[in-house]
Design a protein around this ligand. Structure first.
Ligand SMILES: C[S@@+](CC[C@H](N)C(=O)[O-])C[C@H]1O[C@@H](n2cnc3c(N)ncnc32)[C@H](O)[C@@H]1O
Length: 282
């Protein structure tokens, strides 16, 4: 595990929420906001085509493989609830939750009227062991090692014995490639972008660097889950270029020359995977 820093160029006056002041607003900002763009919420199809991403389909597939439609499923840290709506549309009994109420919730309810949403802080309090499965996608990375133990204990507390936890820790594992992207490519690009934006707009820009969280190795994730009363029963690597998409240069290269996507992913598989873990509550 190592601390994971991000950096980017911003207009000097652009405000960025502080995690300590409003934790949920900070996370929502990191996701580009949870507001409802009216076009994206016009119909269910418009919703999935505007907000659907490869990783949400991959998450939904993992749930189909591990759960039945009769299972009571709690999705934690569900954000905009895209995976969850994919599954609800197919008849899965998925209940959504997050640290705060996302701004898009009313618009989501207009499309999926029976959606159940509750505010749930995974670092505070315990559940009632009344779910057959718990989902958590792309959230663990944001916790410190001490919080990560509370997080797993909380996930465990919502599950019946034998229930399933399906988890993507968020971000690639620690490794040379992710380190190169985080500590070399992205910081250089941020400086180039600041220079470009200043020239183009004539307004001052700054490079901000902040701790995104932690990059957890597989072994860290498994150890923490086992400490909280889980047993690993499945795992999967899903090919995407999520890490490369953090780099403007890689992204542009891959969009102009699509075959490069295969080349980069083939050469650097550790940076081009979503990691999905399936655990059983023992
Ligand atoms: C990167 S977003 C992922 C959202 C969604 N699962 C997805 O894959 O798009 C991380 C989410 O974790 C939530 N989160 C952060 N800390 C949390 C906590 N202590 N309890 C519950 N949710 C939390 C944030 O509010 C945010 O919506």
């Amino acid at each position: 595990m190592r601390a994971w820093f991000k950096c980017a160029a911003f207009a000097a006056e652009a405000a960025r929420p502080e995690a300590e002041a409003d934790e949920f607003a900070y996370h929502a900002w990191g996701m580009g906001g949870y507001d409802a763009d009216p076009t994206g919420y016009a119909t269910r199809d418009a919703f999935f085509s505007r907000y659907g991403e490869e990783r949400f389909s991959a998450y939904a597939e993992a749930v189909r493989e591990s759960c039945d439609r009769n299972d009571r499923i709690l999705s934690t840290a569900s954000g905009r609830c895209v995976t969850e709506m994919l599954l609800r549309a197919e008849g899965y009994d998925v209940h959504c939750s997050d640290l705060g109420r996302p701004g898009c919730l009313d618009a989501t309810r207009a499309l999926f009227p029976d959606i159940d949403f509750r505010e749930l802080d995974l670092l505070a309090g315990a559940g009632n062991a009344d779910f057959d499965a718990v989902l958590n996608f792309s959230c663990l990375y944001s916790f410190t090692p001490e919080q990560a133990d509370l997080f797993f204990a909380s996930l465990r507390s919502h599950l019946k014995p034998g229930g399933a936890l399906i988890l993507d820790p968020g971000g690639a594992s620690d490794g040379l490639i992710s380190r190169f992207l985080d500590d070399v490519v992205v910081p250089i690009e941020a400086r180039l972008l600041r220079w470009h934006l200043q020239r183009r707009t004539g307004k001052p820009h700054v490079v901000r660097r902040w701790q995104q969280g932690y990059r957890w190795a597989d072994a860290d994730v498994i150890r923490m889950a086992e400490r909280a009363g889980f047993r690993r029963c499945d795992g999967k690597r899903l090919r995407t270029d999520l890490e490369f998409q953090r780099s403007f240069i890689f992204l542009r290269l891959m969009s102009f020359l699509p075959f490069l996507r295969r080349v980069f992913n083939g050469l650097m598989p550790s940076a081009s995977m979503i990691r999905l873990f399936v655990f059983e509550a023992v």
